[in-house]
Design a protein. Structure first.
Length: 798
């Protein structure tokens, strides 16, 4: 200290390092012919790799480089046997057996840099005593968005071991103009894994809305003023088993010489993903006893409202078995002219799939499998006159606060599985000079997709009138000052904290017009041009299924442009074989391949951060703290429930694509006056700049001997040949999209609904202003990513 001061008022930390992803692949195959009509092969494979992650677990959790990397060894092994018999000229049978196993580990490279022993603080412990060997490297800047130092790994190894065993058989019979195929498969899937659970303690910083704040997140960190502290226990691993039985029947029927119809159906019966060690549990609202506390027993093992498989209260599958899934599909091809010059193709199909596993794996966090407790600065008033500080964290009684334990559970009344319907219709026409033009429509529609939703919510508007403890709810300032403990008394399950459902209510809708022009039969020159105009809409989850859907207005607040939407995509590719007599043999027999891509930029939404983006402000605005902010991208743009007001199109009035230029105009954005809000979804189609990329590959084959089939291929690849860099491809910090808000007026001594008072409470009726940093730098390009890569390769054919 003092820290570096940037003359342009910018942030002073950038991290963009390459991470090693070394992999060794070994494959072996043995073929054996029992006879001319019966053949078999055995294939063995192993992939042994490791990813060294400088910023934490899978999703690069930390905004800053961690003291030590998290090494992610990945060992995959598989074996498969295939036996194919031609029983007659019209009958073929194929039998398949396969087994695979994937081991994923996450281990710190140097534990001494983050361990309690290595740092000389062996006596430190969270709320539950010694639960983790590591220091609390989980520091979240939620007040000002200054970045998170976040290492979720709270144990020596966070692991997941997956295996799959499968038997399958396919039988094919050609009968006149029909090719009938029938088959079945039986698969057993197994997963053995643990989870992180905040056992190393997490510290949330929230300057601006907590008592005793310095007004700066990192200032609060230095003086020991956390906005919230979370602590949990180490988790026991779970063992999950699921069976999948599938059968299908399909027919390819050549009705006429120029018309073929393919139709069929797949039938699937899938068991629930069961935890086999007795850790399964599910929250059932009807089991909740309003006259009991958080736990139903003195040992605090069994949560009020939760049914346990180990006690025989529910089966190991936890919920009702899924029904038989029926998946029909149909396709056709019609040669309209009968000469192959004009062909109409179309098809449709219905598909089901299992959800990603964490929907079931979260049961290992439900007590008594695991415990977690949270305390915020306002609830910390019970810790003494100074409230929640580093010194008073040790006074937290986790047993007394277990009433604030969260429950993540599958919804017992939602037993669907994700379903997708695919449709397509295209017309292909042969053109002069060996060209083929094809234009078509492709649509994909997802229903019953996996989502999360808060269930233990305060009814919308409940805090707008009446009284709560010593607080007059008609006063917006007193609503903003409410203690979380007081608010929790109004929830339907007040003895619990968050109750989050895993359920199947999300949707997606994809429409596209696709056109291709190709010349693939030329002797020396072939090309392929593809253009797609599309729109992807659906339930908004910037972090995949892990984020919550708004529990009150899912259609208005949690539906819109999806993060993978790209309005325009144009791909150009060609392959050219240079004639033998070019430039005196220097370039003869070389081949050149090129791929160029042009695509619309990444879509994102805008929301506020800072004082207006807080539970206290939401209490004042909506009478509940449980709305979910609209956000398209997890790391691009912000999310808030009180939305900006757009006075003009922020994409206009700015220009340039260099670092320091702006892509958005902050003068078009204003803060709504209390109790108003802007559009719940961003009214403009805001994206990062359009991207384009050009790759070229040159290669030549050198014969090794006049009569030998051996040859040596030399290849040169130039990727991103124009050395272009663009912002906002996968990272959110490339463009300053922070709409930091600052409260205009603060009040002390405000009733908090729990019998006490709160200081430093923002008066929402007096409004908010954008910070000076936001006014100067919002919309500014901070960083551009991308560089040319040149690759040389030799390949021996023998």
């Amino acid at each position: 200290l003092p820290n570096y001061v940037d003359p342009n008022n910018r942030y002073n930390y950038v991290f963009n390092a390459l991470q090693k992803q070394n992999t060794t692949q070994v494959t072996a195959r043995i073929d054996y012919a029992f006879s001319d009509s019966t053949r078999a092969y055995l294939r063995l494979a192993q992939d042994d790799g490791q990813v060294n992650q400088a910023r934490g677990l899978w999703w690069n959790s930390s905004d800053y480089e961690l003291p030590t990397t998290v090494n992610n060894p990945q060992l995959g092994r598989s074996a498969s046997v295939n036996l194919t018999s031609v029983l007659s000229p019209t009958v073929t049978n194929e039998f398949i057996f396969s087994f695979s196993k994937l081991k994923l580990d996450n281990i710190h490279a140097d534990e001494s840099k983050i361990s309690l022993a290595g740092l000389g603080i062996n006596n430190y412990q969270g709320f539950y005593g010694p639960q983790s060997p590591f220091a609390p490297i989980q520091i979240y800047s939620w007040g000002q968005g200054l970045g998170n130092l976040w290492d979720p790994s709270d144990q020596h190894n966070i692991f997941a071991y997956n295996s799959s065993l499968q038997f399958a058989d396919n039988f094919t019979k050609v009968l006149n103009t029909h090719a009938v195929k029938v088959g079945f498969s039986v698969e057993k899937g197994n997963k053995f894994q643990n989870f992180q659970n905040g056992a190393n303690t997490a510290i949330t910083l929230g300057s601006g809305w907590i008592p005793g704040t310095t007004g700066n997140d990192f200032g609060d960190l230095l003086v020991g003023r956390p906005a919230q502290v979370d602590s949990g226990t180490a988790l026991n691993p779970g063992n999950f088993v699921a069976w999948s039985l599938d059968g299908y029947l399909q027919d390819a029927w050549k009705i006429k010489k120029n018309f073929t119809l393919e139709y069929g159906v797949r039938l699937s019966k899938w068991t629930n993903n069961e935890e086999s060690r007795g850790l399964g549990a599910v929250f059932i609202p009807e089991r909740y006893n309003p006259n009991a506390g958080t736990f139903l027993d003195a040992d605090k093992k069994y949560v009020n409202g939760v049914a346990y498989a180990a006690l025989g209260q529910v089966p190991k599958g936890l919920v009702s078995n899924r029904p038989l899934f029926v998946m029909p599909r149909v396709n056709f091809a019609w040669d309209i002219s009968g000469t192959g010059d004009t062909v109409l193709r179309g098809g449709a199909g219905l598909f089901y799939n299992r959800p990603m596993g964490n929907a079931e794996y979260d049961v290992i966090r439900i007590p008594p499998n695991g415990y977690a407790t949270s305390i915020d600065a306002y609830a910390g008033a019970d810790l003494g006159p100074v409230g929640l500080t580093y010194n008073t964290v040790r006074l937290v009684n986790p047993v007394a606060r277990l009433g604030r334990s969260n429950v993540d559970s599958i919804n017992p009344n939602s037993i669907d599985y994700p379903r997708t319907a695919n449709t397509s219709l295209s017309l292909a026409r042969r053109l002069p000079w060996q060209n083929v033009l094809e234009v078509g429509y492709v649509g994909t529609f997802g229903r019953h997709l996996l989502n999360r939703r808060q269930f233990n919510i305060v009814p919308e508007g409940r805090l707008l009138t009446g009284t709560l403890g010593n607080a007059n709810l008609s006063d917006p300032v007193q609503r903003a000052a409410l203690s979380s403990d007081a608010i929790n008394t109004l929830r339907p399950f007040p003895a619990l904290g968050n109750v989050r459902w895993w359920e199947y209510n999300a949707v997606s809708n994809y429409h596209s017009l696709q056109a291709t022009l190709s010349r693939q039969t030329g002797r020396r020159f072939q090309y392929f041009i593809a253009y797609t105009f599309s729109k992807a809409l659906g339930s908004i989850f910037p972090n995949g299924e892990y984020d919550d859907m708004d529990p009150y207005q899912p259609r208005q607040r949690s539906y819109g442009t999806l993060r993978y939407d790209r309005t325009h995509i144009l791909n150009l590719s060609y392959n050219y074989a240079i004639p033998d007599a070019v430039l005196g043999g220097v370039l003869n027999s070389w081949q050149i391949s090129r791929i160029s891509t042009f695509a619309s930029g990444v879509p994102f939404s805008l929301g506020f951060s800072g004082d207006i983006n807080s539970d206290s402000a939401e209490n004042a605005w909506y009478g509940t703290p449980d709305h979910i902010g609209y956000r398209i991208q997890n790391v691009v743009g912000g999310a808030s429930t009180i939305m900006p007001v757009f006075t003009c199109d922020p994409r206009k009035g700015v220009s340039g694509n260099k670092v320091g230029d702006k892509i958005l105009n902050v003068s078009c954005i204003s803060i709504p006056t209390f109790p108003n809000t802007g559009n719940l979804t961003t009214p403009y189609y805001i994206r990062m700049p359009t991207r384009m990329n050009h790759d070229i590959t040159l290669f030549k084959n050198f014969a090794m001997g006049e009569k030998s089939s051996r040859k040596l291929q030399f290849r040169v690849g130039l990727f991103n040949i124009l050395n272009q860099a663009v912002p906002g491809v996968n990272e959110g910090g490339d463009v300053d999209l922070t709409l930091q808000t600052v409260c205009n007026v603060r009040v002390n001594g405000v009733p908090n609904g729990a019998g006490g008072t709160a200081d430093n409470v923002c008066d929402p009726t007096k409004g908010y202003t954008l910070s000076d940093n936001t006014k100067a730098n919002f919309g500014k390009i901070i960083l551009k990513r991308g560089h040319r890569v040149v690759e040389f390769a030799l390949k021996l054919y023998f």
